[in-house]
Write a protein that binds this ligand. Structure first.
Ligand SMILES: *[C@@H]1O[C@H](CO)[C@@H](O)[C@H](O)[C@H]1NC(C)=O
Ligand SMILES: *[C@@H]1O[C@H](CO)[C@@H](O)[C@H](O)[C@H]1NC(C)=O
Ligand SMILES: *[C@@H]1O[C@H](CO)[C@@H](O)[C@H](O)[C@H]1NC(C)=O
Ligand SMILES: *[C@@H]1O[C@H](CO)[C@@H](O)[C@H](O)[C@H]1NC(C)=O
Length: 964
């Protein structure tokens, strides 16, 4: 069962959320239009609404510690615990998130404690599950009324949590619980569930999937026993689905507490199945029987009749017992799926008369038939007017003429994945209402002019994966007046023909103009297509072509102008010896897959496709393109660019100069390359940049990427990769290839160690210019000596004036104080009196109230305040390190530090912090190496000296200092 759901496996790795949050274990997403592109396993089943914040936390070992620092107003919280968790969890912890609506926890606890006196006023959905494969149930004690304070909880899911470990009234008192899903509860008796939910009057939907229950017994909880009339306890229960494995026994009356079932799934023997109507169930909408027990049709139909079943799935039906009389009681069925057991092969012969008894059946699905003739219609006296959908899994190799002629109302016929090799002419005659015909994955070799004769209403025809080795006869599709979507493949043609030639006008005639979708594949053989007329498509055609090579004979036909979506999968895609792309002048999406080893064809003409909105190149070698840098020019409407398994020399601005509409870029480049800053410069609309398996050279040209990815607020940068050991692919894990071609250092460390020399280079240049200037001055002095001194004074005065306005005017504050709210007392009692009241000059400090709402404005506000302050003073404490605000402020401050190259940042340690703790905060640890910092002395006698030093550092420079 679990395999149906993707395990939250580790593929993804590192995200810089657009709001700029950093948290060691959690990523925070605010919803934006690109949210769909975040890896789906993160809270994948939880809807993302507009204006919602989602936090996804991984590798959590202790919730209360690891989730510290999350902003209080998140709406969705997903927690993936690492295994080995062995502690209790208190719901009270989550009450700090007053807006929380969805809580998803994948992990196991020894117990779950109620919220105590706090509330989770908005929590609606809660999921508690244990994903690990091959592990036992989670033995988690949950006491009575644990969820009582979850006043809005409407959906609760428990997966692999042992129900018997929970109190009998675990679900009591949840006022609004509507949907309860219990999967793998590790119990053998359904009454364990029944007794726990008896009092939940609000319950609307119940789903139970319990493989260990073998026997359905009378529930023995006291609630039921006192309820002698067995009337349903639930008022609102509208949907109940039960799923079991093998059921060996059903007690009389055991399911009386449920009455109506939406769906029942299980492995029942025939005898047990016949006991089902005695269980107290009145009605089942969908019954699904699977397992190895072969069941007679007559027995099943008895149950179908007694329980008013509408949909029936039987995996091992004894189809030889199918007959008009045996199936009579099944007449209420609307849907029937029968699978013929393997043991019946190869001689099953079906008596198709049975269809006339099932006058309510509109969908029939039979698989595993071995008949060599489908005798559906030969015995029918009347047309079958009730069947609309028919699916067959057959072993026959031939479809005979008029085989389906009685199915006058049939709309969907699905005979895919069979062994049909031959379709007689007029095989589908009479199917005048048929809209969709799926014959994919058969062995059909030939299509004739009359193969599809009579299918007037057909709009969809799928012939993919058939070895069409004979020429498709002329006009084979021309009479299918309603046809819109057609799929042909693989067109093989006799191997004696070196190239497959198809003339589309010859095959399709006039209907070519009304197709909306055309797919033709010659698999691995070369294919040459001819349009053959000046026909134009009236539709926005989507054209998909696949072959070893695909070429066209008449490239300037107007037909190509109606193609808006083009998909070409061919080493070469040609018109003569030219690239064919340019003839599709209206194309909006173009997906081209070549081969890295393909011969060089000049792709420059892609830059003529000015209507392109999405361009995908796969396995295209841009290294061998003579003018690779102009291929993407002129594409001003392009919104999505994907280079998948391509090669390219480097990414730079000359490629992207016209791509002003580009929103999303996906890059999976095969070779090692450089990414220059200029690449992103023209991309003013860029929202999402994804690097898949990024391989860069160790070069300072690429160093910008690190600060840019971390700091750029409007572009989300995603790194995908499979080579990371931990699965966590942070920017810090990015490796690069050094010049010797062997070493692969971590890129971040490489740039830290090497790329600061860039600054040295700047200084060198500056000094050089200074010397040059000096020489110039000497020269000028010699020439214009007498005038020089007055000029000097005027300039100096002007400069001083400018600098004065700079130091006094630009800064509103002398210091922006970044601190944790927990240290507020110290700020108020110590910092303010000692700094603001000491002077002159009196210092002006900017303190940040912590009560604001999360949002971009605030980040702007902080930035603003920061830049209006001459210094930034960080008060470092344990609380400070835990606070997200503080790390954000420190981040902003360090950016400014890098930008201004001035001594603006001051660190004050309010308490001793062990180096081990500091090392987790890379930014801070790095700063400590380069910055001066002050320790708040424990000894009160030293406080005065501390304030003197701090004041001296923060006070505005005097004019004397400026001049000096
Ligand atoms: C969990 O804790 C209990 C008692 O505190 C101990 O017996 C058990 O071995 C622990 N289990 C794990 C997986 O650490
Ligand atoms: C069960 O279904 C029948 C028929 O649809 C309906 O009359 C009856 O009220 C339902 N009972 C419950 C308890 O929902
Ligand atoms: C028949 O099959 C089609 C295609 O699978 C589906 O869309 C349609 O809903 C089905 N018809 C009925 C009556 O279920
Ligand atoms: C920043 O927030 C303060 C209150 O904290 C407010 O007074 C001020 O106007 C805000 N500034 C900006 C630029 O939003």
């Amino acid at each position: 069962m679990r395999s149906m759901f993707s395990h939250p496996a580790v593929l993804f790795l590192w995200i810089q959320s657009s709001s700029g949050w950093m948290h060691p274990k959690c990523q925070i997403y605010d919803s934006s239009e690109d949210l769909e592109h975040i890896p789906t396993w993160i809270c994948s089943h939880i809807p993302h609404h507009a204006e919602r914040y989602t936090a996804a936390c991984q590798d959590v070992t202790a919730i209360e510690e690891d989730l510290l620092g999350l902003p209080p107003n998140i709406n969705t919280l997903c927690i993936y615990m690492t295994h080995g968790e062995n502690r209790s969890m208190s719901l009270g912890f989550f009450s700090r998130f007053q807006d929380l609506e969805y809580l998803y926890i994948d992990g196991c606890f020894t117990q779950i404690l109620p919220t105590a006196n706090s509330h989770l006023p908005n929590l609606q959905h809660m999921y508690l599950g244990k994903w690990e494969m091959d592990s036992d149930c989670c033995d988690c004690h949950i006491g009575p009324h644990t969820f009582r304070d979850l006043v809005k909880l409407s959906h609760l899911t428990l997966w692999s949590y042992r129900l018997p470990a929970m109190s009998p009234d675990v679900f009591h008192g949840i006022p609004l619980l509507q949907s309860l899903i219990i999967r793998e509860p590790c119990l053998e008796d359904l009454s364990e569930i029944a007794c726990r939910i008896m009092n939940i009057k609000s319950l609307v939907r119940l789903y139970v999937d319990a493989a260990n229950i073998r026997s359905l017994n009378i529930s023995n909880c006291s609630v039921l026993n006192t309820n002698e009339s067995m009337t349903p306890v639930f008022i609102n229960l509208a949907s109940v689905a039960l799923s079991f494995d093998e059921i060996t026994h059903i007690d009389e009356g055991s399911l009386a507490w449920l009455q109506n079932l939406t769906r029942l799934t299980g492995d029942f023997s025939q005898k047990v199945l016949l006991d089902l109507p005695l269980s107290g169930i009145k009605q089942i909408q969908v019954l699904s029987c699977y397992g190895i027990n072969v069941i007679d049709i007559e027995s099943i139909c008895n149950v179908v009749f007694l329980l008013s079943i509408k949909k029936l799935f039987v995996n091992n039906a004894n189809t030889s017992s199918l007959s008009m009389s045996s199936i009579e009681l099944c007449t209420g069925l609307e849907y029937m799926y029968l699978s013929v057991p393997l043991s019946f092969h190869p001689t099953t012969h079906l008596d198709w008369h049975f269809i006339s008894s099932l006058k309510n059946l509109n969908q029939l699905n039979i698989v595993g038939l071995e008949d060599n003739r489908l005798d559906i219609c030969s015995f029918q006296k009347q047309p079958i007017t009730w069947l609309t959908n028919l699916t067959f899994g057959l072993k026959n190799q031939m479809l005979f003429a008029k085989e389906f002629i009685c199915l006058v109302k049939l709309q969907y016929l699905d005979i895919k994945h069979n062994l049909i090799s031959n379709i007689e002419d007029f095989a589908f005659l009479g199917l005048t209402n048929l809209e969709s015909l799926d014959i994919t994955s058969n062995k059909i070799t030939q299509i004739n002019a009359n193969t599809f004769y009579g299918l007037h209403s057909l709009t969809w025809l799928d012939l993919r994966n058939n070895p069409l080795i004979h020429n498709i006869e002329a006009m084979s599709f021309a009479h299918l007046m309603s046809l819109r979507q057609v799929f042909l493949g693989q067109v093989h043609n006799p191997l004696t023909e070196p190239v497959i030639n198809l003339n589309l006008t010859l095959i399709f005639g006039g209907i070519l103009s009304q197709l909306t979708r055309l797919y033709i594949s010659s698999a691995m053989r070369p294919m040459q297509l001819t349009i053959g007329s000046n026909i134009t498509s009236k539709q926005n055609l989507s054209l998909q072509l696949k072959g070893q090579t695909v070429s066209f004979q008449d490239c300037d036909r107007p037909f190509f102008q109606s193609v808006t979506h083009l998909h070409a999968d061919a080493e070469e895609f040609l018109c003569g010896s030219e690239f064919m792309g340019k003839y599709f002048t209206s194309v909006e999406t173009f997906d081209y897959r070549s081969k890295l080893s393909a011969k060089r064809v000049d792709l420059t003409s892609i830059n003529q496709l000015i209507h392109l909105r999405k361009l995908t190149l796969r396995q295209v070698d841009l290294l061998i393109q003579r003018s690779a840098d102009i291929i993407f020019h002129n594409l001003t409407k392009l919104e999505v660019l994907e280079l998948d398994n391509c090669r390219i020399y480097s990414l730079e601005g000359s490629l992207t100069k016209d791509l002003k509409s580009l929103k999303r870029v996906y890059l999976h480049i095969e070779n090692i390359y450089n990414v220059f800053y200029s690449f992103t410069e023209p991309l003013s609309s860029l929202k999402l940049l994804t690097f898949d398996n990024l391989q860069m050279f160790c070069s300072c040209d690429n160093a910008w990427l690190i600060t840019w990815a971390k700091g750029c607020r409007q572009v989300e940068v995603i790194m995908l990769g499979s080579y990371s050991k931990t699965g966590m692919y942070a920017l810090e894990d990015l490796i690069c290839l050094s010049d010797n071609g062997i070493d692969t250092p971590y890129f971040v460390r490489y740039t830290e160690a090497n790329c600061t020399t860039e600054v040295g280079f700047v200084l060198f240049v500056a000094t050089g210019l200074g010397v040059l200037f000096f020489m110039l001055v000497v020269l000028v002095h010699n020439l214009a000596g007498p005038y020089l001194l007055p000029l000097y004074h005027i300039t100096l005065g002007w400069l001083l004036e400018a600098m004065r306005s700079n130091t006094r005017g630009r800064y509103h504050y002398d210091a922006f104080v970044s601190y944790s709210g927990k240290d507020e007392r110290w700020v108020e009692e110590e910092l303010l009196p000692n700094l603001e009241q000491r002077g002159p000059p009196f210092l002006r400090l900017c303190l940040h109230s912590r009560d604001f709402q999360l949002g971009k404005d605030i980040v702007e506000n902080i930035t603003d305040s920061l830049y209006r302050s001459r210094h930034t003073l960080c008060l470092v404490s344990r609380h400070y390190l835990h606070s997200n605000w503080c790390s954000l402020e420190m981040k902003l401050a360090t950016y400014r530090l890098q930008l201004e190259q001035r001594d603006i940042l001051l660190l004050v340690f309010l308490e001793k912090i062990p180096p081990r703790r500091l090392s987790a905060h890379h930014r801070l640890a790095r700063l400590l190496k380069t910055r001066t910092y002050l320790d708040w002395p424990q000894d009160p006698h030293q406080h005065q000296a501390f304030w003197d030093r701090l004041w001296a550092k923060l006070k505005p420079p005097t004019e004397h200092e400026i001049r000096g």
